[in-house]
Design a protein around this ligand. Structure first.
Ligand SMILES: Nc1nc2c(ncn2[C@@H]2O[C@H](COP(=O)(O)OP(=O)(O)OP(=O)(O)O)[C@@H](O)[C@H]2O)c(=O)[nH]1
Ligand SMILES: [Mg+2]
Length: 351
């Protein structure tokens, strides 16, 4: 998870530090030489007032703090920008990030002995600032509690996205999370298309001990959702979790079917389930779905299988839709709430 981004940022910083250390060593050597000359000159000029602190002062000035030159910063920034692009960070986000970072570096005086950790602090600050520019996502638990408080239930949550991205699995994870919070839910097995999809939902329902409303394969998925909502109303179950069949954003018929689902089930929260590993294709997928229905949040799955991790950094900014959670494995508890700190802590090496 994030291995490539971590490595790339780390390498860019290391390269710069190595260069900087080499230059500092050379500068110190030169300074020592100047100082020695100065000292011996002072000795000769005025043998009674030997100022030996000159050497220390020059050395201290160089060793004590370092300001990177603009060409050095620009070289580093360009290195980093290319690395981010290779790790699937979108062009705009990489640009924005390096602009923020450049501003920080230009203003920083590094303590020479801490330059490594200070550099990472700057990168960390810039990443947090970049992530902070994205719209914050809805807090699902809070939203549901508010609705329960005003007796306005059930809350309808619809999961959609391309084939095999983890919709059904993630729906199970959300049900499990809600259960831990003491919030009941019911599944709508509205993938009536893919073989074994209904059984897969039934399996989660059985393990988690929650009801499932289903029909037969080929049945209208919208009417299954309608029945699940009616069931929740009748049994005062606060949340309906609606699974859907995977569909490509380019399949007009399936997108039309989804529009009907949205019209009938009137979801309160529509969540796009996308694979972190989808690379640059992900933002196109989300944008195409968004043309036809409002998407409230993204759950980025399979982050555990994604060596690059760039989508976690830039997909919210690229699409204007916040990430709500990350899927980090197959088990029910492999769901991490999105925070900028989680992303930054996962990417930056602990040093
Ligand atoms: N490693 C990993 N595997 C995941 C994650 N989320 C889902 N999976 C796996 O991905 C595969 C597909 O998951 P499903 O939940 O069936 O995906 P889906 O989107 O419902 O698939 P369709 O209904 O066929 O479109 C399964 O093997 C899941 O266990 C995740 O975050 N990490
Ligand atoms: Mg499914």
């Amino acid at each position: 998870m994030f291995d490539e981004l971590r490595k790339k940022i780390s390498n860019a910083v290391k390269n710069l530090i190595k260069k900087e250390e080499k230059e500092t060593k050379e500068e110190v050597a030169a300074a020592e030489q100047i100082a020695e000359q100065q000292v011996s000159k002072e000795k000769t000029d005025s043998p009674l007032e030997v100022n030996t602190s000159v050497a220390t002062k020059i050395k201290g000035a160089i060793l004590g703090s370092v300001r990177l030159t603009e060409p050095e910063i620009d070289g580093f920034i360009e290195d980093l920008r290319k690395s981010l692009l290779q790790a699937d960070v979108s062009y705009n986000s990489a640009d924005e990030f390096t602009k923020i970072l450049r501003g920080k570096l230009i203003d920083t005086r590094f303590k020479a002995k801490d330059i490594n950790s200070e550099m990472f602090e700057n990168v960390r600050g810039a990443l947090l600032e970049l992530l902070g520019t994205s719209k914050p996502g809805i807090d699902i638990i809070d939203a549901i509690r508010t609705r329960i408080g005003s007796n306005d239930i059930p809350v309808r949550i619809l999961f959609l996205g391309p084939n095999g991205t983890g919709k059904t699995t993630t729906m199970g994870k959300i049900a499990s999370m809600l259960k831990k919070e003491g919030i009941g839910s019911v599944f709508s097995a509205s993938d009536t298309f893919r073989a074994a999809a209904i059984e897969q939902t039934e399996h989660h329902a059985k393990v988690l001990g929650i009801p499932v409303i289903k029909s037969t394969y080929g049945a209208d998925p919208a009417s299954v959702a309608f029945d699940a909502i009616a069931y929740a109303k009748a049994h005062k179950i606060p949340v309906v979790l609606i699974d859907t069949a995977g569909r490509q954003e380019t399949n007009r018929n399936l997108i039309n079917e989804m529009m009907k689902m949205v019209k009938v089930s009137k979801p309160d929260i529509t969540i796009f389930i996308g694979e972190s590993t989808a690379g640059n294709a992900l933002s196109n997928q989300i944008e195409e779905f968004s043309k036809h229905m409002k998407i409230d949040g993204i759950i980025l799955t399979k982050l555990d299988c994604d060596a690059k991790g760039g989508n976690a950094v830039s997909i919210a900014q690229a699409t204007g839709i916040p990430i709500l959670f990350f899927g980090v494995g197959e088990s029910y508890d492999a769901l991490v709430r999105y925070t900028p700190e989680f992303v930054v802590d996962s990417i930056l090496p602990n040093n």
